[in-house]
Design a protein around this ligand. Sequence first.
Ligand SMILES: Nc1nc2c(c(=O)[nH]1)N[C@H]1C(S)=C(S)[C@@H](COP(=O)(O)O)O[C@H]1N2
Ligand SMILES: [Mo]
Length: 548
Amino acid sequence: MDNTTSTPRRSARRPGLPLAALIGVVAVGLALGVAELLAALGGWFGWWGVSTSPVVSLGSTFISLTPEWLKEFAIRTFGQHDKDALLAGMGITFLLIATIVGVIGRSRPRWAAGILAAGVIAAAIAVLLRPATGIVDVLPTVLGGAAGIAFLVSALRRALNCPLPNATHPGADPAERSTPADGLAGSPRSAITPQSNRRGFVRLIGLGALAAATAGALSRWIPSTEQVTASRAGIVLPTAADLQPAPTVDLKTPGLTPFLTTNADFYRVDTAFAVPRITAQDWRLRVHGMVSHPFEIDFAELTAMTLVQRTITLSCVSNEVGGNLNGTATWVGARMADILGRARPQPGADCVLSTSVDSFTVSTPLAALTDGRDALLAVGMNGDPLPLEHGFPVRMVVPGLFGYVSATKWVVDLEVTTFSAVNAYWTKRGWSANGPIKTESRIDIPRGFAQLKTGPVPIAGVAWAQHRGITAVHVQIDDGSWLPATLSAPFSIDTWRQWVYLWNATPGEHTIRCRATDATGTTQTSAAAPIMPDGATGYDSRVVTVNP
Ligand SMILES: Nc1nc2c(c(=O)[nH]1)N[C@H]1C(S)=C(S)[C@@H](COP(=O)(O)O)O[C@H]1N2
Ligand SMILES: [Mo]
């Protein structure tokens, strides 16, 4: 066969659109599947770092580039499922790009390969933009990309070369079967007939799809957090030298939030698309900025310091009135004051900018870290090393301040500075630089719209005003007077208190409200405020029906 006859035939045998799209989808799937598998395998065996997944890197880069209005829209629309929504959006984008690559490949295979290569480069850059990644960390992405491009090129070459299953084209003509394909003439074994060519082609696509699916599935199956989990399992937390007695204040009322929140039940709020992974062995904290003695400390040195154990309630500024974005745990850690004391802050400094391994930043008043309260660099939570989602191996815990200005998880850097010089992650996005926790209370039972029976009904919930302490909770039925609830025994001013009021319910529809008073004498405000910019206010209420 010579060029004069093969050239027009090639163009006449362009793959149909669906087939071209399929080639593109399998190529992109193969690139992603192989890259994810290599990322997982290498992360497990330690060939490269633990944050090399192109999908996670692209997702994280996308989150950090997303404008605030879009982020808010996503949180408003998808709530706790915002990360799943992003994943679905990414899937659709990958499909779209794959289809475009395949379709362009019908007439311009080189362009198609070029677009795919550009995608691989973009993913490699996203991997490099992740914290603590280096050049070897792009290997999974690059090798996966190479597999995808190789598949794309060979599938398109075959598609352009061979008769296609869907058309009534010359390939159906038996006379052509003996025509050897370009460059293969003279080898009887490998002489490709249109029939065998087509079979080989279908096999190629099938194998490519199978390989993509298998690699993708395997990459999910390999525990991606293996090294970090192993590092966590290997930690024996030293006993804290300075212990609080264990809290024994729980009212143990059915339906009421327990005084201590288990690690499994503890709320989780962060900007991380995938949980940042850092082993205790790799962890290092840099303390620098406006200090006379900058230094670095590793995990062994940190845990060799005098450790304290404190039960502290954490609260999120995004908690709506009546919401449950708060929890109480027993933390073990070194005092922030000891760490900062060693660095010796210089006069004029009023802020500590903390940075996590995934580049999230928090600005905290220096005073809150050194004024004697139990501000901790925590390594333990309820008797265990920090769970991965809660900041393993080290996080900050500061009583009295909302999480976004104090509770940096996976913390690796403390810079002593001034508020005028820095802008942390959420403050940059319009949230208040000052985030003291407000005096709040919520009703756990009865549930909204509950059908109750006439007679005694426990109304119960929790109230919090960390670092001031709760002194009273009052309950109001309809427009009646405020009735004092019974509180759980005080544990510390840094923890919430449970409360119960035994109501003698009378038939009809009733609205129940609660309000807390803190130890400064301030009573929770009835004025409703949104969570932005420094936390919601207003009274929590429940409407219930009492049947005769
Ligand atoms: N690295 C990092 N730390 C973070 C955040 C984050 O997004 N990234 N979110 C903060 C916020 S807003 C809150 S309320 C607390 C929540 O801690 P938790 O997930 O352990 O409950 O973590 C804080 N620390
Ligand atoms: Mo938060």
